[in-house]
Each structure stands twice: as C-alpha cells, then as structure tokens.
Design a protein around this ligand. Structure first.
Ligand SMILES: Nc1nc2c(ncn2[C@@H]2O[C@H](COP(=O)(O)OP(=O)(O)OP(=O)(O)O)[C@@H](O)[C@H]2O)c(=O)[nH]1
Length: 447
C-alpha cells in the first residue's frame, strides 16, 4: 500500500528533506544571526568575518531543510570554539613557577583605558597570587591620574602587599624598574605593574607604555577591558594590541554582561586569548576564563551536527479543512440536454481502502507537494488528506509549475509544522513590541 506515494516522496524527500545548501537557503538565518550578534556587541567587522566563514563551511553541504537554522548555530559554535583555540592560552601560575625555579621574578604589566577596572583587577590578581602562595610586589606606575597611587596603595595595605611608588609626574618606567630591583633583592616571585589608563588614540601616552615595556621587558602584557563597553572595548583592544602586542586580556564586569560579544570580538580582532574574567567587586571575584563554560552559556549544551541530523523531524499538524457553504443562489440548474452521466462519486471512506492517490499522476504529486511545500505524510490519514488536497488544487486550476523567483504560494488551508506556527506567533507578538527590546546573543542562539 502507498508504494506509489512512497516512491514519489523518496524523490521529493531529496529535494525538501535533505538539501544541498545554497547561499539563498542560509541568507535568512544569517540575517537573524547578524542582528543577534550586533545586539550582543560583537564588532561589525567580526560579524562579517564570522558570516563569511559560515558561508564557506555551509554552502554545498547537505543538511535537512528543517534543521538549517540549527545547523548554522552549531557551525557558528564550532567556528567560535576554533577561534578561541587558535588564540591559545597562557598558564600564568605555572609560568610564574617556572621563573621562580630559576630564581627570577615574573613581570606582568597591565594596560587599558581609565575606569575599566584595571586597578581593581591588579588587586584581585595580587590576591590570587597570594592564595597560590606566591609573593607579590605592585609597581604604582600610573603617575598620571590623580588618586591612582593612593588607590593602589590602599589595596596594597588591605592585601598586605608591598607597593612601590614615586611622586605624581615621575617617569612610570622608572617606577617599574624600581619594583623589579626590589623584587630581585627581596626574592619576590611576581611584579604587577599598574600603568596609567589612557585613551588608545593618544600616541604620546601609548609611547609611554611602550617605554615601560622596553625598560622592564615584562613576561606578560595584559590588556584589561570592560566587557560592558562593547564596541569601544574592541577598538581599544585593537589599538593597544597594535602598540604593545599584548599576550592576553582580562574582561572586567562580566557579572553585569549578559551578552558575551566583547570576548568574541577581542579574540577575533587581536588573536589573543581572554585569560580571566572579573565577576564582581570583591578580591576573590576573578575567575579564569573557560572556553567550554563560555560556549555553553551562549549556545547551551553541545550537540554535534550528526546528532542534529538524527533528531526526529517535527510533526506536521494538519488544520481541519474549512467548510465550504454554498449559498442557495449559487445553485446551477442543469437543463435536461446538458445532463452528464456521472459515475457515483466514491466517498473518502471508500477511497481509503486502497491507495488514496489513485488517479493522480506521480508528477502531480511531486509538483503540488513542491508548490505547496508539503512534507511526506506520516500516517494514512495524512496521506488521504494530501490526496484530497492535490485533487482540489488540480481541479482549482492552480499554477502547474513554481513561478520563477516568486515566493511560494501557500496552500489553503495552510499546512504548518507546530514549531513554525509558534515561531510565527512569536514574531507577530515581537512586532507589536515597540521599541524592540535589545536581545542577547544567548537568547537567539538558545532558541
Ligand atoms: N561589577 C564589577 N565591577 C568592577 C569589576 N572590576 C572593577 N569594577 C569596578 O569598576 C570601577 C572602576 O574600577 P577601577 O579599578 O578604579 O578602574 P581603573 O581602570 O583602575 O581606573 P583608572 O585607575 O582610572 O585607570 C570600580 O568601582 C570597581 O569596583 C568587576 O569585575 N565587576
């Protein structure tokens, strides 16, 4: 039973089940992705590059038509994961240990613009080192901003960490060198240098940072960026990286950032890893950056493309046919001579006892299923319904082929998957919401 149908659909399934992706198939998904990334503060150039990468990976590959969006998301996850892998990582604690074993202090300079949380981050880092039993000295090399020396000295007092300072206006490179000399003479394991916060566009001030780095030659240069500043943080990271070739970044205020775009952009733009995240205002609020945790926060638990392919297809829900009521005046009076001998029509029940597609050519089944975008029926009832619809469409004289470059016309009644209906409802209700709420990357990707 239904062999003809099965054969017809085994061909059709290839065209609208498994599908070789073309650019136009993923354009809509990529557009949604672009909006989600923009709203998550991923830099525009980074979005373009991500989109290009995805297109290269996806176009020409074969995926199930119902799972295009899901496949794109998984490919995006893979691409971001690879990007983080390519940026590498730095195990700071084990590097400190290695230098300690050689009897040398490990030098870290911190840079970033004012107010990003640099001073607080240095204090948190000093605390982390103390917890790991390493001795620390801080160089108050921000001799530029009023209050900076007092601020870092206060942290030093609270943490019981020595702070080396000079007067405001003195040479920051000289302060850093003093701290290195102190560390060497006192067998201190690690030196943390606080540099003056400065705008990335100020060449003189950037030259000063380069001077500090030349004089003390730090083992590690860290950029401190505010994850809430979005695109600004990305342009700061780019400029600082051009000048200093920093080795890694710490993103502060991640506790208040639900979007995650800055981390993605910084890694993409500088090819440097995010090493730590500031997650609050306490000294203990510094966490090592974990790629897997980050990806899971954005995308949810990992699912491979193969797993997606294996997932059952969404069920097709058929809406009941609308009743057609004939008005009395639409009755046609047939004259005796125009009488046509009609064979008694077979009821739907009778037809159901054998192939419901009897009398319909395979081409028509394929053509109308394609025009009205109908998925293969999964039950006898659905098959009967489809056969009835095709008969109706044929007798209604619907287009015999898909109009070129025109959107597909919709069948009446519409046949939609449950998911599609829900999605449309969501879109409609979203349209009514003005102004549109800023969505996070997480929201879209977790859909
Ligand atoms: N919520 C939260 N607040 C933070 C975090 N890191 C720093 N802050 C706060 O951000 C503000 C600015 O921090 P500072 O350390 O003074 O900033 P700075 O970059 O050193 O500023 P300059 O000394 O001018 O360069 C302070 O109120 C900090 O408590 C964080 O991870 N989470």
């Amino acid at each position: 039973m239904f062999e003809k149908l099965r054969n017809a659909f085994s061909l059709a399934a290839k065209s609208f089940g498994e599908k070789e992706l073309k650019e136009k198939d993923i354009d809509e998904v990529l557009f949604e992705l672009e909006i989600a990334l923009l709203e998550s503060d991923v830099a525009t150039e980074v979005i373009d590059s991500i989109k290009d990468d995805l297109k290269k990976q996806l176009i020409g590959s074969t995926v199930n038509k119902d799972k295009i969006a899901e496949t794109v998301k998984q490919e995006l996850r893979k691409s971001i994961s690879n990007m983080f892998n390519d940026a590498g990582t730095v195990d700071i604690l084990s590097n400190i240990q290695k230098k300690k074993e050689k009897g040398e202090p490990y030098i870290i300079s911190f840079m970033g613009i004012n107010g990003t949380g640099k001073t607080t981050t240095i204090a948190k880092f000093a605390n982390l080192l103390r917890e790991n039993k390493y001795s620390v000295v801080i160089a108050a090399a921000d001799t530029y901003r009023a209050g900076a020396i007092e601020q870092i000295s206060e942290h030093g007092k609270r943490l019981n960490v020595k702070v080396i300072a000079q007067n405001y206006g003195s040479d920051p490179a000289a302060v850093a060198r003093d701290a290195v000399l102190y560390a060497k003479s006192h067998k201190i394991d690690c030196i943390l240098i606080d540099t003056a916060g400065r705008m990335q566009t100020s060449k003189n001030l950037m030259d000063q940072i380069s001077k500090i780095n030349k004089v003390v030659n730090p083992d590690l240069k860290l950029f401190v960026g505010d994850s809430l500043a979005g695109n600004d943080t990305v342009s700061q990271a780019r400029e600082f990286h051009n000048y200093t070739k920093f080795d890694g970044a710490i993103l502060t205020k991640s506790d208040a950032d639900a979007r995650g775009g800055s981390a993605i952009s910084i890694v993409k733009v500088t090819s440097s890893p995010i090493l730590y995240l500031g997650v609050g205002q306490e000294y203990s609020d510094l966490k090592s950056f974990n790629k897997e945790v980050f990806l899971e926060t954005i995308f949810g638990p990992e699912e491979s493309v193969e797993e997606i392919k294996k997932k059952p297809e969404p069920k097709v829900e058929l809406k009941p046919e609308p009743k057609v009521e004939l008005k009395p005046e639409s009755k046609v009076e047939l004259k005796p001579e125009s009488k046509v001998e009609l064979k008694p029509e077979r009821s739907t029940q009778e037809i159901s006892n054998d192939d419901p597609f009897v009398g319909i050519s395979t081409q028509d089944i394929e053509k109308y299923s394609d025009i009205f975008d109908v998925s293969p029926p999964e039950s006898d009832d659905q098959a009967r319904k489809l056969a009835a619809d095709i008969r109706k469409w044929i007798s209604a004289g619907r287009p015999k082929s898909k109009p070129k470059d025109e959107p597909k016309s919709k069948p009446e009644p519409e046949m939609k998957t449950k998911d599609e209906s829900e999605e449309e409802d969501e879109v409609d209700s979203e349209k009514d919401e003005k102004p549109i709420k800023k969505r996070s990357l997480f929201g879209w990707l977790k859909k």
